[in-house]
Design a protein around this ligand. Structure first.
Ligand code: PHE
Length: 420
């Protein structure tokens, strides 16, 4: 049963019903994606990057008793209130980012989150000082090689008390996080001291630089660009050099104090970042098209099934070379012949045999006919094997050779009788 329904008067998502109004603009196609949770599918490339980022933070930042400093949240519902997505982040009414044309609204009060920042205030309010948060985010957009209306972000937040920030500084006890009567400048917010902000900004940039060098290796060229977000100041974007061009991979900054005040953490300073998981994965694995992340094609998915998340993945483009197919039919061994302790024939035995002989030339094997002789009761099966090479066009002749090897091996190893 579908978990999301767009009805006449209401939209249902995850068993909750939201009354429609003049803002409702979610579509069935988009709701199909809600709950797919690519970032939680084992060995999906987005999962793999998320796991690597987690592993990096777990090993680089440990608390006083060796516990991970950052908690990880990857299962928060993408259905949020507009208050969470905008107001909690000091995004004013009428701000262009609220446009109906740019977001997916269930109604005026509820939407599919447009960024993982929508949860910042609530997680800080729950008492967390350091957390990572991964999730699917939704923005109305064209679909092309680098834009898709659903993508995934990883948010990170870290807060510092006076003691935590200045403990590493000589005579740090004399410094303070806040000042009265200060002015907002390009460097800092009005209530922050310059020395506190510079330490937070330095920690933020160092944390993110270390993260990308861990993901990509130390050779990656990066640069920082000043920018603007309503919920951070100062704010920065990190760009990485990819195929000769600079590509934006994350936004970050020193959290607006008003946000922390509203979350009950007014005695701390913090940084936050939000990075695009698809962007990182595309650079890391040279994946040319963002639509591939939604592929259920084994030829795509199987390339990321590494034993160890730290093992490098060498992604190969899916073949555009033409497929060739060949059928194979045989009588199954009957009961009597397989008495001698041998298991009788199973379909999986045949799939495995084809894979072991055909290797990567075999794209797909499917059972196309299963027939029982009405008089003798003998069973016969026919399989279709689709052959395709990743890098060149196969010839009939070379496919024929592999196919014949499979026919022979089926007879000798599986005890079937060919009808070749
Ligand atoms: N939420 C911002 C975006 O989606 C990224 C961001 C996160 C910026 C946290 C600053 C701090 O573009």
């Amino acid at each position: 049963a579908p978990q999301s329904v767009i009805g006449q008067d209401s939209v249902q998502v995850f068993g909750q019903s939201y009354p429609r109004d003049d803002f409702t603009n979610v579509t069935p196609k988009i709701l199909e994606k809600v709950g797919r949770n690519l970032h939680n599918q084992s060995h999906h490339p987005l999962w793999l990057i998320k796991e690597r980022i987690k592993a990096h933070f777990y090993s680089s930042f440990v608390g006083r008793s060796g516990n991970p400093l950052f908690s990880v949240h990857d299962n928060l519902s993408p259905v949020v209130t507009t208050e969470q997505n905008f107001d909690s982040l000091l995004i004013p009414p009428g701000h262009p980012s609220r446009k109906r044309g740019d977001n997916y609204y269930l109604n005026r009060a509820t939407m599919l989150r447009a960024h993982t920042s929508a949860h910042q205030r609530d997680l800080v309010r729950s008492g967390l000082d350091a957390f990572l948060l991964a999730g699917d985010v939704y923005r109305r957009d064209e679909i092309d090689a680098s834009h898709y209306p659903v993508f995934h972000q990883m948010e990170g937040v870290r807060l510092f008390s006076n003691r935590q920030l200045f403990s590493r500084v000589q005579n740090g006890g004399e410094l303070s996080l806040f000042e009265r009567g200060g002015r907002r400048s390009p460097e800092k917010q009005e209530t922050h001291t310059l020395e506190a902000v510079k330490l937070v900004e330095f920690d933020l940039k160092r944390t993110l630089t270390q993260l990308v060098s861990y993901l990509f290796g130390a050779d990656l060229e990066i640069r920082w660009v000043d920018c603007y977000f309503p919920f951070t100041h100062p704010s920065f974007e990190m760009e990485v050099r990819f195929q000769g061009d600079w590509m934006e991979v994350l936004g970050c900054g020193v959290m607006e104090q008003e946000l922390l005040n509203s979350a009950g953490a007014g005695d701390k300073l913090g940084w936050a970042f939000g990075l695009g998981l698809e962007r990182l994965a595309m650079v890391l694995y040279s994946i040319p098209d963002i639509r591939l992340f939604w592929s259920r094609d084994e030829r795509f998915l199987k390339q990321f099934r590494v034993q160890d998340i730290h093992q490098p993945v060498c992604f190969q483009l899916l073949s555009k070379y033409p497929p060739l197919h060949n059928d194979i039919s045989f009588w199954l061994p009957d009961g009597k012949e397989s008495e001698a302790g041998r298991e009788s024939f199973t379909e999986n035995d045949f799939y495995e045999l084809v894979r072991s002989i055909g290797g990567d030339l075999v794209e797909k094997v499917s059972l196309v006919d299963n027939f029982t002789h009405p008089k003798t009761g003998r069973r016969s099966q026919c399989y279709r094997i689709i052959y395709r090479h990743m890098e060149r066009t196969l010839t009939q002749q070379e496919v024929r050779r592999v196919h014949q090897q499979i026919e022979q091996a089926a007879e000798s190893e599986l005890g079937v009788q060919g009808r070749f």
